[in-house]
Design a protein around this ligand. Structure first.
Ligand SMILES: Cc1ncc(COP(=O)(O)O)c(C=O)c1O
Length: 370
């Protein structure tokens, strides 16, 4: 039996007709860059997140960059985030000319440890980016409390957490701004590149809309130096179709996570993910931790069971961030988890049989002596 890490084809087959119709409408109206299909999706996505506004952009990386530019963050400023994330979180900070400052993660949720946050705040700190890693939100209440006390902006990196919740509040709706990636493999994935910035703040929304469109609110009247970070019309139309299915797909992921949890219970040497008491996890990634990760992944691949690693190197140890001079040992929890993470196959269409086969393979792999 083959167990792919992800199967975008299975999902496409289930919505083929709706997608074809939606794309045809964009072609018929030649609404390729921005336009009515993007505007329609923006309205629907804001309603989904429980925010007043949503601005479609070109990618999750664009979303984070536009968000920070929206606050006027630039050279001399510091922005706090976590080392266990995709590099884009830090890149957005760097491309504003600001400095990324890291806070270690919680050993259970792998998200920003709020108890370590305040020590990282300096007079240069302007914003905090908690990352809702793997589909589970960071512990937002204490993060927001520190941010309010120290007058810092909060940008949620919700790229992996479409529809996740914190005490009933939806990801993206708690910070000043929420950023999303619609990279094809995400819980809500486009058929190309796309992203969004959501907010309840009308002024900020207006600024993000200008920044993503060369700093103009009116054609050729450029009042800011912006960028081309617009969303494609086709992506807007595809995302509107897929958003209708997202609640059921997230439930499918949660069901599959429950099956993994049950089958992995009592398997020695495996730390399974835990849903925090405050959270509704949407399992973008089902990451376990094991000591001898590379050997396990290789033995599973031999059985046609395919895993990922998110992410093998914490951001502060990447060559790209050598200049920060943050060596090994700087963030021990992020480093240890990055060395042990294995992302098991996870998508809504995965079957119980496939999960059972993957867990059996995993048990055999762990039981085989090195
Ligand atoms: C946590 C996180 N932040 C940012 C991004 C960047 O998003 P994109 O690939 O759409 O630019 C991603 C996705 O790749 C992500 O997982």
């Amino acid at each position: 039996m083959k167990v792919p890490y992800l199967d975008l084809k299975a999902q496409y087959e289930s919505i083929r007709g709706e997608i074809g119709d939606a794309i045809q409408q964009v072609l018929d109206r030649t609404a390729f860059a921005g336009g009515p299909f993007v505007a329609q999706f923006e309205k629907e996505f804001a309603a989904f997140c429980g925010t007043r506004f949503s601005a479609g952009v070109g990618s999750g990386t664009d979303a984070l960059w536009m968000a920070l530019l929206g606050f006027g963050i630039g050279p001399g400023d510091e922005v706090i985030t976590v080392p266990d994330t995709f590099i884009a979180t830090a890149e957005a900070i760097s491309w504003c000319g600001a400095k990324p400052v890291f806070v270690d993660v919680d050993p259970v949720t792998y998200n920003m440890d709020p108890s370590k946050l305040e020590a990282a705040v300096t007079e240069k700190t302007k914003a905090i980016i908690p990352v809702h890693l793997f589909g589970q939100m960071a512990d937002m209440d204490p993060i927001m409390e520190i941010a309010r006390k120290r007058k810092l902006y909060v940008v949620e990196d919700a790229s992996q957490a479409h529809g996740a919740e914190y005490k009933g509040k939806v990801a993206g709706s708690m910070g000043d701004l929420g950023c999303f990636s619609f990279y094809p493999g995400k819980n809500l994935g486009a058929y190309g590149e796309a992203g969004a910035v959501v907010t309840g703040n009308e002024e900020l929304d207006r600024k993000i809309r200008m920044l993503r469109d060369h700093g103009q609110a009116k054609k050729y009247h450029h009042t800011l130096i912006g960028w081309n970070a617009r969303m494609d019309g086709i992506q807007g139309a595809v995302l509107s179709v897929k958003l209708r299915h997202l609640p059921a797909w997230n439930e499918g992921r949660r069901r599959n996570a429950g099956i993994y949890d049950e089958l992995l219970k009592g398997v020695p040497g495996v730390a399974a993910p835990k849903e925090a008491g405050y959270a509704k996890h949407v399992y973008h990634i089902y990451a376990i931790r094991v000591a001898d990760r590379d050997r396990l992944i290789a033995s599973l691949a031999e059985k046609d069971i395919h895993c990922g690693i998110h992410y093998p190197i914490p951001v502060h140890l990447l060559d790209a961030y050598k200049s920060l001079n943050l060596g090994k040992g700087s963030f021990p929890i992020a480093e240890k988890s990055a060395a042990e993470f294995v992302s098991l196959p996870m998508y809504p269409e995965l079957t119980r049989d496939q999960i059972a086969f993957a867990v059996k393979g995993l048990e055999e792999g762990l039981a085989t002596p090195a």
